[in-house]
Design a protein around this ligand. Structure first.
Ligand SMILES: [Fe+2]
Length: 317
């Protein structure tokens, strides 16, 4: 996220709105819980990872310390700490999540890939062949080229405009080739390329005080079998809890980041960044029967997902 831009707009501030994750935790005894119990309390859909997948440090951004975390019969998350390179943020874990969907034909569809390592390669190989690698927006392109080199049989999809501007990454197709509905924002039906299991919608926004820049635009996805909405930066859910008895904490710097996102950036987005087509995109997304939201940043939500999204985007629920 463009922190300097958001901090320059501090005059547009609203009171902090508690996130679903915080509310869930508040309803439970905070002590003494283990980190896993805390994670399960926050996200009932997170299934315990097998021991051989628990190969890394436990933290708020990977509460099971696992290479993959299953959240549905055919959906997994790769939960990772993520430290931006921006000055002043190198020590702040802003967290990052990749979603992996196993399609009806047994192949894997990967959303917003994280850094590849040998454990992740092995875990994916046990699930199925990687055949689709999706870059949903400009910000989440960092590891796309690594994945396309590692999985040459996969089709790499970029968000609209990105493939043309950065051909060296190696994306094979633009997601715009699937946006075949009359509006150009969505597809007339779920694309056959993805076994008709996943729908998509293009959400365009603008950067205030500049000429129109596509940095925050993204394609949002709906996985029909799991009723899951997958998004990169349209919705986030950073936790802000602190539990002295847990194995992990949400660091102060991460909670400050959350404050910036919730109190500074979100009002800016809702008031200044929506384009003329934005509400039409929102109507498409709101029309999907999703029950879960799987974000790239923060905790998934599995209760009142439509109301949560509407509230976040300042839309009528
Ligand atoms: Fe992001």
């Amino acid at each position: 996220m463009c922190v300097s831009l958001h901090l320059s707009l501090l005059s547009i501030v609203r009171p902090l709105v508690r996130t679903p994750a915080t509310s869930l935790l508040r309803d439970r005894e905070r002590s003494p819980q283990t980190s896993l119990q805390l994670a399960e309390a926050l996200v009932p859909l997170r299934r315990p990872a097998p021991a051989h997948w628990r190969d890394r440090d436990i933290s708020w951004s990977n509460p099971q310390g696992s290479v993959l975390t299953q959240v549905h019969d055919d959906v997994w998350l790769a939960e990772r700490p993520f430290f931006p390179r921006l000055p002043g943020l190198q020590g702040t874990d802003v967290g990052g999540k990749m979603a992996v969907v196993r399609l009806p034909d047994g192949t894997l569809w990967v959303h917003s890939p994280v850094e590849l390592d040998s454990a992740l390669r092995d875990a994916l190989a046990a699930l199925g062949p990687v055949r689709h690698v999706v870059t949903p927006n400009t910000e989440h392109q960092k590891y796309a080229s690594d994945w396309l080199r590692e999985y040459p049989e996969a089709t790499g999809y970029s968000c609209p405009g990105l493939r043309e501007s950065k051909p060296e990454v190696g994306w094979h197709r633009s997601l715009s080739s699937l946006l075949d509905a009359p509006s150009g924002l969505t597809s007339a039906s779920a694309p056959a390329e993805w076994c008709s299991a996943i729908e998509l919608c293009w959400v365009e926004d603008r950067v205030p005080l500049t000429r129109r820049l596509p940095f925050f635009n993204e394609v949002v996805f709906f996985h029909r079998p799991s009723r899951s909405l997958m998004c990169a930066d349209l919705w986030w859910n950073y936790p802000d809890y602190a539990d002295a008895d847990a194995d992990f904490q949400v660091p102060r710097s991460t909670r400050l980041w959350k404050w910036g996102m919730d109190v500074v950036y979100k009002p800016v987005y809702n008031r200044l960044m929506k384009t003329d087509s934005w509400e039409e995109s929102y109507r498409v997304i709101a029309g999907w029967e999703f029950e879960t939201i799987l974000p790239c940043h923060g905790e998934p939500v599995a209760e009142d997902a439509k109301k949560v999204l509407a509230s976040h985007l300042a839309m009528a629920g």
